[in-house]
Design a protein around this ligand. Structure first.
Ligand code: SF4
Length: 92
């Protein structure tokens, strides 16, 4: 199986009312390297044509990589999803 196929096996309960990861766009804009755009294993951070980072928390694997690699304090407010929400890993 490819990585994409393996990720597709997981199940997600997306919390539409409360994002568990929130991006501060102002602080994020001051980041020159934007490592989140290539470190997130689920590719949830993407670069728009204008250089802004686009982020969607649906599909988050709750790995914490974005929090670890982000060089800008306060750019990413990170938490786990509320109870009953988030990823359910299957086959590992
Ligand atoms: Fe991506 Fe992991 Fe951050 Fe979720 S916690 S957005 S999967 S890097």
């Amino acid at each position: 199986l490819t990585v994409e196929q393996l990720l597709g096996i997981n199940k997600f309960m997306v919390d539409d009312e409360e994002a568990h990861i929130v991006l501060n766009k102002e602080i994020c804009a001051s980041c020159a390297t934007k490592p989140c755009t290539f470190a997130c294993p689920a590719c949830l951070y993407t670069l728009k044509e204008n250089g802004e980072v686009n982020f969607d928390y649906a599909g988050c694997l709750e790995c914490g990589t974005c929090r670890a690699v982000c060089p800008k304090e306060g750019a990413i407010a990170w938490g786990y999803p509320r109870g009953g929400f988030g990823v359910s890993f299957r086959y590992g």
